[in-house]
Design a protein around this ligand. Structure first.
Ligand code: SF4
Length: 713
């Protein structure tokens, strides 16, 4: 019997706002048309306090969307995707995958996962890849979001949990510095936690755009600085320089809780304020003001987001933010700290349980013999049979169809032809594959290219768990039955494993998979072994990992020690290079990409909600009026953005919010409006994170572009 009032959480971002999903009619199983009457209401919870954004409010509309795929689809001889039975679809996947493995080896089969999958699905996908497919070629779209902050957290603290404290701790802070994060649009209920700092005049926002979050600093609530895109690392080195030069650093804390201060002190010595000003455009007096404010006490937090992390030096930039927080003695101190704001719904849990190419469940390293032995025992397989580390997402995608690369790809919960960098190259790679299988609930841009599409359950139709941006594990509860032709990914993976004669057991039952995940994670950094569905179903319990068996979890990390063996945090010196700013002539500007209030990630879901699409139906490039005038661009005019042969055509939106040398384009839109047509495959050498936030492009009116094309022709 299904509940008619299910307590669950929003399917979208990592804030995982609590909501109640009510069904007005008994759940039925029709397969066509509008079948349900679902209503969403916000539920009181420490992160969202009953609030939801318009994405959350409208989320239930997709559950019975007429665009749902309700039968497996197979590409036929005419090239059309046609419905087939599950038996046939799965037999076909298994036959072609087995053939590829036999002829080209296990690593010819790849798996691409997603940061929106439940913990159970993410875990099972990692196990399926290593055990049933025997491939090392698995990674996921979280590589595009969280990998640099994760790498920085791991090397500084020995552990990566986005917020090592409950979000509500921010309420008491008098100073919060947010770098590269626009929570007012990405997760609006979050801004309630900034109220205390705003009232104290202590909200500091670092963003090249005067975003809605930056505007929260107005009327004496704080400071907004607009550095040159890509100069955040220099800005952070400059702030650390001032803190040390003015003896604002916490000597006792540095001595007792950290190592490496001398190296960091030397590394920031060359970034004096005037030099930083010349590189970032942020006035030296402003840098002094910010540094002093950060050191003023009364509760200070430093938070980073994708704006500073999605760079080819993202790990070093996040490290510089951590260094600054450590030098100030914030991390692990009462009422202060450092955190990174995870974006995708299960961006935290999705990076803990084995979807990453170098990882086993519990945030274990796949090359660690002890980790392999532990996980192999839980899986009931020989540890020698587990593959080693694979390729991070961008390299994995670049290998598609190449000699020695992946020839069959299984995609779960990811729309790579919109969300990956350089999507033209990704499309070309997908077209070279022998087999592309996509598991999704809509015919996304990636699913449209597939040989086989397998329709899966949505959030409201499944049991599971998600781990929010605080590292708190939450229950997702089933409120309605899925359409008759739809299956859960747990079932699909179990059926494929059986057809592939896989060793090990693949349960289709979410609580059983969770119990196994907990055992597999036991003793790892992200230890879930003390958690169960019973615990999560008790509303009075807040389950923050690490939650070893017999414990009650860890809301606040690092109060006494860090996760390195010696208990100390590592200050890691990082180096910045002076950057050349592209000359602002012939329409050359720096492109930054990001999100809008109405849409989530690739827009595969939110572009299907009429209210959200009507509000933001297309990509518009934000451009400063002075730059527009210089290039003869009027508000609303059609413009072309170009990087080499790659172009995007969209309307211009004139705005004083953006720097004159910079344009902003949201990345939610597809096909010829996909911002990622313009981004490159450049990645951070440590994390594999792509450079999404600094691409040199040329902008001009479409008329001028066409005239030039004609002349060229
Ligand atoms: Fe909350 Fe994020 Fe959902 Fe909006 S999208 S309701 S902020 S979880």
């Amino acid at each position: 019997m299904l509940s008619t009032d299910a307590k669950t959480h929003c399917p979208y971002c990592a804030l995982q706002c609590a909501m109640t999903l009510s069904t007005a009619a008994p759940a039925a199983q029709p397969t066509e048309g509008r079948r349900l009457s679902l209503t969403v209401s916000g539920r009181d919870f420490p992160t969202n306090r009953g609030g939801l954004c318009k994405k959350g409010w409208t989320s239930a509309e997709l559950v019975d969307s007429p665009e749902r795929i309700i039968a497996p689809l197979l590409r036929d001889a005419e090239g059309r995707l046609s419905p087939v039975s599950w038996e046939h679809a799965l037999d076909e996947v298994a036959r072609r995958v087995a053939s590829s493995r036999r002829v080209h080896g296990a690593d010819s089969v790849g798996v691409f996962g997603g940061g929106g999958l439940t913990n159970e699905k993410a875990y099972q996908l990692g196990k399926f890849a290593r055990v049933a497919l025997g491939t090392s070629r698995i990674d996921y779209n979280g590589r595009f979001c969280m990998s640099s902050a994760a790498a920085a957290g791991n090397r500084a603290f020995g552990l990566d949990r986005g917020l090592p404290f409950p979000l509500s701790d921010l309420d008491e802070a008098s100073t919060i510095m947010m770098l590269g994060s626009n929570v007012a649009e990405t997760m609006p209920p979050f801004i309630g936690h900034l109220a205390g700092a705003r009232a104290a005049g202590g909200l500091i926002v670092v963003d090249p755009r005067r975003s809605p979050t930056a505007r929260l600093t107005e009327d004496g609530a704080g400071v907004h600085v607009q550095p040159t895109p890509g100069s955040d690392l220099i800005l952070l080195l400059g702030l650390t320089h001032i803190v040390i030069a003015e003896r604002l650093h916490d000597v006792d804390y540095l001595r007792s809780r950290t190592g490496g201060f001398d190296g960091v002190r030397r590394s920031v010595s060359e970034w004096w304020p005037e030099r930083v000003q010349s590189q970032t455009g942020v006035p030296a007096h402003r840098l002094h003001e910010i540094a002093r404010r950060l050191a003023s006490g009364g509760g200070t937090y430093i938070l980073t987001g994708r704006g500073v992390e999605q760079h080819a030096n993202g790990t070093d930039t996040a490290t510089a933010a951590i260094n600054l927080a450590l030098v100030l003695g914030l991390v692990g101190a009462d009422g202060s700290g450092y955190g990174t704001l995870t974006g995708q719904g299960n961006g935290q849990g999705g990076r803990e349980h084995g979807q990453k190419c170098d990882q086993l469940p519990g945030y274990r390293k796949i090359q660690d013999p002890a980790a392999r032995a532990h996980v192999a025992a839980v899986w009931g397989v020989d540890e020698a049979s587990l593959p080693g580390a694979g390729l991070p997402a961008v390299e994995l995608l670049a290998s598609l169809g190449e000699p020695g690369g992946v020839r069959c790809l299984l995609v779960h919960g990811s729309n790579v032809v919109v969300s990956a960098p350089d999507v033209s190259a990704v499309r070309a790679g997908l077209s070279r594959l022998d087999l592309l299988v996509v598991c999704d609930f809509f015919l996304t841009e990636t699913a449209r290219l597939a040989d086989i599409v397998l329709p899966v359950t949505q959030w409201a139709e499944e049991e599971g768990t998600m781990t929010n941006l605080e590292g708190r594990v939450l229950r997702r509860r089933r409120a309605v039955e899925p359409p008759a032709g739809v299956r859960s990914e747990l079932w699909i993976l179990a059926e494929l494993a059986r057809r592939l004669d896989s060793p090990g057991a693949f349960s289709t039952h979410a609580p059983t998979v969770f119990d196994e995940l907990c055992r597999a994670s036991e003793g790892g950094l992200a230890d879930y072994s003390g958690i169960s569905y019973d615990i999560l179903d008790d509303d009075s319990v807040a389950a923050y990992w690490p939650y070893p068996r017999g414990s009650s979890g860890t809301p606040r990390l690092f109060a006494d020690r860090f996760a390195h063996a010696d208990g100390l945090a590592r200050l890691v010196p990082v180096k910045a290079h002076e950057q050349s700013v592209p000359a602002q002539k012939d329409g050359v500007v720096t492109l930054i990409t990001g999100r809008l209030l109405e849409h989530y990630q690739s827009g595969a879901q939110t572009r299907r909600v009429p209210e959200l699409l009507d509000a933001k139906p297309e990509a518009r490039v934000q451009i400063h009026p002075a730059t527009a005038e210089l290039n003869g661009i009027a508000d609303g005019a059609w413009v072309e953005l170009a990087r080499g042969e790659s172009t995007v055509v969209c309307r211009a939106e004139l705005s004083l919010e953006i720097r004159p040398d910079t344009v902003f384009l949201p990345f939610h839109f597809a096909d010829d409006q996909s911002a990622n047509l313009l981004t490159e495959q450049l990645t951070d050498p440590i994390s594999g994170m792509p450079e999404f936030k600094r691409t040199t492009v040329r902008i001009q009116t479409v008329e001028l572009a066409r005239r030039q094309e004609a002349v060229g022709a």
